[in-house]
Write a protein that binds this ligand. Structure first.
Ligand code: NAD
Length: 383
């Protein structure tokens, strides 16, 4: 079978680098696929690309090579030294497939020109490696919320606006999504940025018969919440407030220290809880703080205040600590495999069945983890 491409937007970041190291380590048989949902026995009969059938390339706006980034992640304790030493030369080969990403500050010309260049680079990558398909997956820095424009509503309105030399009609994540779809590739958004979530881009995906999925990988606090919220609702307990705090370091922590950037993340984290508790007004204050000293680690605190029979007041408090990129990277590989299989099976439009992987899933309001897993398993079984 011809190999599958995985094109990472933000290919030199922590999540991308961990996914690349992980793929090379899995391919070499150095590690077990711990944390990889697609490697579970439930999916053994699904026609997913094998680890050695996936080729990686991508876009990024920084020059620090993947190998250097992996070395930093090794020093931080995220990647074992023996794994880094073994996959090191493979990382340089992947980095040779990384091209400069689109950044409005450094791009001269229209956004249509930028998208055409990105699309050409993905197509050239597919040709060079004889790929059957390329899944484009966004793991770049979370963007600030982008204002809604009338041009986002239809493709007929969007395309002439993109061709105007001086206008910024789309945020970079949506330029990347547009370029992916124009290159005939499925698009997955692992971030809360706007990406493919615009009516004009949904129209383009439909027209091209392409699947897409998002948004924002569910790896920590929201993963816990989507497991625990049904506990309260199915037992008929009344949640009075659900407060959360996140402490994180690394590149993501730095980005989210900016209130504009954090706005996208807080919105995507908040939506699911209100839907699961069936209470849009539940008090759910949420904070994200940048603590550079934590490096690649992340800590999430939750305090749930709830009411039981006869009005008894009780609470649940919990702490989740982990390596953010270690939680995210296997899901990146899972999403590449499932989306490639959906594309092979001619699925088009939002892949609501992949909601299991996302904080703010496209195409469905189902946030409960157990229900999402059953949906995923049944759908994958039909591919
Ligand atoms: N558990 C997790 O780590 C997790 C969970 C859910 C979502 N995410 C999201 O994944 C993304 C990546 O997280 P990270 O920790 O790897 O961050 P990071 O800062 O380490 O990496 C982001 C990369 O994106 C690159 N980039 C920025 N703008 C770009 C552009 N316009 N085009 C191409 N590349 C660009 C940066 O140069 C950087 O290399 C973030 O948006 C984060 O919110 C992460």
């Amino acid at each position: 079978m011809a190999p599958t491409g995985l094109w990472l937007i933000g290919a030199r970041g922590s999540v991308a680098t961990t996914a690349i190291v992980g793929l090379l380590a899995l391919r070499a048989g150095l590690v077990d696929p711990v944390g990889c949902v697609s490697a579970r026995q439930d999916f053994a009969a699904v026609p997913l690309p094998d680890w050695d059938e996936i080729r990686i390339g991508g876009h990024d706006v920084v020059d620090t090579p993947v190998e250097k980034r992996a070395e930093q992640l090794t020093e931080s304790g995220l990647i074992p030294h023996r794994v880094f030493a073994t996959v090191r030369s493979g990382l340089s080969a992947v980095d040779s497939e990384v091209r400069p990403g689109y950044h409005p500050a450094t791009h001269a010309g229209s956004q249509a020109d930028a998208a055409a260049r990105l699309a050409d680079e993905i197509t050239a990558f597919a040709r060079r490696h004889g790929l059957a398909r390329v899944v484009v997956l966004n793991v770049s820095s979370t963007e600030p919320v982008f204002p809604a424009l009338a041009e986002h509503d239809t493709l007929d309105a969007l395309e002439p606006a993109l061709a105007e030399p001086t206008r910024t009609v789309l945020p970079p994540s949506s330029v990347a999504a547009y370029a992916a779809l124009r290159a005939g590739c499925p698009f997955v958004d692992f971030t809360p940025s706007t990406g493919v979530r615009l009516p004009a881009l949904a129209e383009l995906a439909r027209r091209e018969g392409l699947p897409y999925a998002g948004s924002d990988g569910k790896t920590g606090q929201t993963l816990l919440r989507s497991t625990l919220a049904p506990l309260f609702t199915t037992r008929g307990l009344r949640v009075r407030s659900w407060a959360g705090t996140n402490l994180l370091g690394g590149g993501d922590g730095q980005t989210l220290a900016d209130a504009d950037h954090a706005g996208s993340k807080l919105a995507s984290k908040g939506r699911g809880l209100a839907a699961m508790l069936d209470d849009a007004d539940v008090s759910a204050p949420l904070h994200i703080d940048n603590v550079p000293d934590l490096g690649e680690q992340k800590i999430a605190w939750d305090h749930v205040s709830f009411e039981g029979f006869l009005g008894a007041r009780m609470s649940l408090q919990l702490t989740w600590s982990g390596y953010d990129s270690s939680l995210a990277a296997p899901l990146v590989l899972d999403l590449a495999r499932f989306t490639a299989a959906a594309h092979t099976a001619h699925h088009a439009g939002p892949l609501a069945e992949l909601a299991f992987f996302f904080k703010d899933p496209l195409g469905t309001d189902e946030h409960r983890l157990a229900t999402q897993f059953t949906t995923l398993r049944d759908w994958a079984g039909s591919l």
